[in-house]
Ligand binder design. Sequence first.
Ligand code: S3P
Length: 435
Amino acid sequence: MSARSITKKNSLRGEITVPGDKSISHRSVMFGAIARGTTEITNFLEGADCLSTISCFRNMGVAIEKKGDRFLVRGNGMQGLAAPSGTLDVGNSGTTTRLMAGILAGQGFTSVLSGDSSLNSRPMGRIITPLSSMGANITSINENGCAPLRICPGTLHGISYESPVASAQVKSAILLAGLYADGNTSVTEPSLSRDHTERMLQSFGASLSTTFHSDGRATTEISPCEELYGQQILVPGDISSAAYFIAAGALVPGSELLIRNVGVNATRAGFLTICENMGADVTLLNRSAEGGEPRADILVRASGLKGTVIEGDIIPTLIDEIPILAVMAACAEGTTVIKDAAELKVKETDRIDTITEGLRAMGASVTPTEDGMIIKGAGNPDKNYAPLHGAHINSHSDHRIAMAFAVAGLVADGETVIQDSQCVEISYPAFFETL
Ligand code: S3P
């Protein structure tokens, strides 16, 4: 187990890039694998999760090679995957598991998906239920609603599914199975989750559309598809990775950071809205929409932050950024309330627990709730709360907890040690070097 020591800093300055977007990197390999022709991916995230996706598709006969700064996926076509030689190892990756389950449901062979202990305790009933109602033959091998999952050949029918959660993994699993169904498939979610699947599948030649309801629900419908076609994918920088440096730039006095080429798709950019609500000095420059995904350079300067309320439809657009938002809240003036975020409990760790544990270890005032938390910022003018102090932080092997508390260590008095810090490899292998 590795550990990293962080101490208080003054004035972070510089220009950085962050690695490619994790969600988009996964999808580029998956869609490329079932397309005809070659998909050429630039700025692919070589983090452990996306490498799990690559190794699963290699195990099903897809040739994937790295050439210079690109990854080339030689697609086998919609029906061209081969039966894997053994269990498909999905590692720590929920995206690999749930999206691949949608694809595997449409194949003519049996497969088994299994990951590490965290992955194998995350809920899979959320995909088993809708995929089964499409006719998929998918079971939780231990009958506990979790992976390992066994997926046997089945005949897929189109369904209209009302999802209880705004989850892009659930939505994408159903849409991908919908490619193999005998009629149109639609998914309605309580509010729109990240839409990378929709954007990218359309560019590969699939036919789909999204309609918005007056109550905020969103319905995405897909038609069955005979063939997808390989594409050139330019992966933008991951806003979820940029968030740590935006927070660091905002929190560390005297800082000015420019983060180049960050994806700012509105279904992912709730973090930027909350930064603005908290009074952070964040400016988007050089906006473009290259490759079907909006992107920008992000300039951040240190500023005082104030507490805010984070709730409702914005939650799915910043769900992965809540650990770092909680750190920002702990350093802000006033109280921050996070609610409607029960999904935090089913991430790589129960993040309501792991955020609370870490913040308390650093002296912050945090009250966990059923669907979020209440954080009283150290900047509170009545001085009831001491500033953060350094602590030993157990990341519980959760990459986002490790990175969020590393940033907290930049403003805490004394030394902060991030235990089990190598877990940043999941989404940001060079995080500590860049920091
Ligand atoms: C992801 C969707 C989100 C997010 C995860 C990546 C994706 O999960 O938390 O890190 O790539 O579709 P849910 O769909 O479970 O909300």
